[in-house]
Design a binder for this molecule. Sequence first.
Ligand code: ADP
Ligand code: MG
Length: 387
Amino acid sequence: MEALAVLKQAFVKTFGHADGLTVVRAPGRVNLIGEHTDYNGGFVFPMAIEFDMMLAARKRTDQVVKIHSIDYGSTVEFTLDCPLTYDTKELWSNYLRGVLWAMQGAGAHLGGMEIAFLGTIPQGSGLSSSAALEVATAVAVRHLTDFNISQPDLALLCQKAENEFVGMKCGIMDQFISMLGEEGHALLVDCRTLDYEPIPIDLGGYQILICHSGVKHSLVDSAYNQRRQECETGVRILAAHFPAVQALRDANLEMLAACAAALPPVIYKRCHHVITENERVLKSTKALKAGDLISFGQFLNQSHDSLRDDYEVSCSEVDLLVDLARKVNGVLGARITGGGFGGCTVNLIKGEAVEEFLAQVIPAYQKETGIKAQVYTSKAASGAEIL
Ligand code: ADP
Ligand code: MG
């Protein structure tokens, strides 16, 4: 059965009938390049994918909120008469609670509602199922409450929900692309100004292939927050010499070299990644616009090497997946995508080479790790929409 039919059926089973429903879809995303640059005020280049979150919502006449997770088969209920608080049992519900909390804080007049949702985005794999859930919730609640807010500002509230309510200090990329993605395009986003440029994903005989390593190391959230702190330390040291540096986005390699003696080696490496990664994003989008896929692939490779060596957010399994992919004739580039410590790789691959990828990479990876990696392909999808 189609996801929409499953959603409606489950809504009716849980809440009685399907009258007055608002149905929203919000996509996951794959970041093509620009990793750990968003919270440094820099550039990212994600595209929305065809895997998504589908959410149905309806107003109630009281202040009670009921939310049903179809995939987890679990329902939570709370009242808006009390302040919204973190749920230590049904952790999934905090993404929705957080969005309600952030929207309320921004002035939305919330009332009771019934919500059911399900998703096809693999969870915890770096394809941003969490942001898709937040964005789907926000778009539905905006519609139900007639809250007047722009798309980028609503994406910022979703980020606030994840940062301050859930406790994951992510940048703006995931919520932004899930909200504003455009079919057939990836978005070059300036995460400082939130200006963005849709760039056609016109790959000729090539395609984007996503490969899930099947691992998620538990340190991901704590290490992510630690990387942010290391970047802030780097900014403080660089700013002492170059006051114009307010974020690593403002620094360049000459400045880094000039401050090398003052920077602890680990901080130097973190800054080196962010500075070079920002440059790679801009060079990549230029290459893509010029149809130069060879260079684009090389930038993807350099990005991975920098994330592995300088930023130290890869892991042995993902490194293996990348190394195996690069041996396939027809793979122009392969790198880790998402926050790190497991999750997915993104590969730029010739259409005819996909069979070889499946025949070589997947068995070799399984032989070494005992894990069967999952492969996904997706065109660039559109951002959140009311169906
Ligand atoms: P990612 O965003 O990379 O997929 P996260 O750890 O940030 O990984 O978010 C995953 C969490 O989001 C899940 O543990 C769950 O709480 C919530 N989530 C994602 N998809 C669903 C779903 N289909 N149903 C319920 N909760 C979901
Ligand atoms: Mg997430």
